[in-house]
Design a protein around this ligand. Sequence first.
Ligand SMILES: [Zn+2]
Length: 92
Amino acid sequence: MPNVLGLAVLALLLTGAATVVVGAVCGTLAAGRALHRLLWPRPLPAAVVPTPRRYAWVACDTPRCGHLQTPHYPAGPGRVQCNHCGTVRPSP
Ligand SMILES: [Zn+2]
């Protein structure tokens, strides 16, 4: 008859040893990554994202746009242009 208590103790010891091994590997990897990040920091992003053009949502009454609100971009002083059909109208 196998010694059940001995097997249980052996399983617990093996589980504990595996946990210690995994913890040591994770700690080593974390230390290596931290050292790498310290020696070679990440470069800053070089490109600056341009600011998008400002637009306003205006109801467009042309048949193509079907009276829906579409983005209208500035098209000169006091005027906006529909982004879908290209109609220029006075800014609201
Ligand atoms: Zn339109």
